[in-house]
Write a protein that binds this ligand. Structure first.
Ligand SMILES: Nc1ncnc2c1ncn2[C@@H]1O[C@H](COP(=O)(O)OP(=O)(O)OP(=O)(O)O)[C@@H](O)[C@H]1O
Length: 250
């Protein structure tokens, strides 16, 4: 991989909660303008990768690089300013505030003038949300709420979007819309790192797949290759992940 293309790099990262290490010497790279899908069983450390990149936990060892520059230990404010946006699992809106107010809050680090200039641009991606700009966020459907969360992240015009299980609670049609949008953003140069249990659909729009087992990398390969693997059901949907995944380790 040409280092110029590398956007995100984890180098032997050890990170965890209190004395319990979750990521164990994890190394991987993600190229600019691609979607990388993080796979692995429950508790493997997928969300922890996103949290470590977003500064929610600091690596004990190793380094995390963004465009070749270390961001390990940076504050969230610094990371936002460097173009990293995080869309966590579940619902993360201020339900009683309007769609517009939620977007305003998302742009708090930009200042009101810039935020107000960018809101219409972001809403162009989400016509249904745009129509309900003055409704309470809690009155939107689950899918519209997830779109609003993504829109709030897009206000920052991020270089990197970290997105954790965007399909939870959404209908297949809405999931397809969200995935299409992520693909479009990646094609425009945004680097996407995604955790998603909806493995087959997610692989279809991803470029690269990375599988973790106990916080270690056990597989990295092009998403299309994994999708074509007849063992995919067994590897990632049937729980027999470890032994088989290790057989095809990078
Ligand atoms: N705030 C926390 N404090 C202590 N332990 C945590 C915390 N958050 C997560 N963990 C533990 O870290 C481990 C990895 O969690 P993580 O959420 O990264 O896994 P995951 O691969 O995303 O799993 P899932 O698919 O179930 O979401 C789990 O054992 C979890 O219980």
């Amino acid at each position: 991989m040409n280092t110029q293309d590398t956007c995100i790099e984890f180098k032997d990262v050890v990170a965890g909660y209190k004395d319990f290490m979750i990521l164990n010497n994890l190394s991987f790279k993600a190229k600019r303008g691609t979607i990388t899908l993080l796979l692995g069983p429950n508790g493997a450390g997928k969300s922890t990768v996103l949290k470590a990149l977003f500064g929610l936990l600091k690596p004990r060892q190793g380094d995390i690089l963004l465009d070749g520059v270390s961001v390990a230990g940076a504050t969230q404010k610094q990371l936002l300013a460097q173009g990293i946006a995080f869309v966590p699992q579940g619902r993360n809106l201020f339900g009683q505030l309007s769609v517009f107010e939620n977007l305003e809050l998302g742009g708090i680090t930009l200042g009101m003038k810039t935020t107000h200039e960018r809101i219409p641009e972001v809403l162009e991606f989400f016509p249904r949300v745009k129509e309900r700009m003055h409704s309470a966020a809690s009155a939107l459907s689950g899918g519209e709420q997830k779109q609003l969360e993504i829109g709030r992240a897009l206000l920052l015009r991020p270089k990197v979007i970290l997105i954790d299980e965007p399909s939870i609670g959404l209908s297949p049609m809405v999931v397809a819309d969200v995935f299409k949008l992520l693909r479009r953003l990646a094609d425009q140069g945004t680097t996407v790192l995604m955790v998603e249990q909806n493995v087959k659909s997610a692989l279809k729009i991803s470029d690269e797949a990375i599988a973790l087992e106990s916080g270690r990398l056990v597989l990295q390969k092009p998403a299309s290759e994994l999708l074509a693997d007849p063992n995919i059901e067994r590897l990632f949907l049937g729980g027999a992940h470890q032994s088989n995944a290790q057989a095809s380790t990078v």
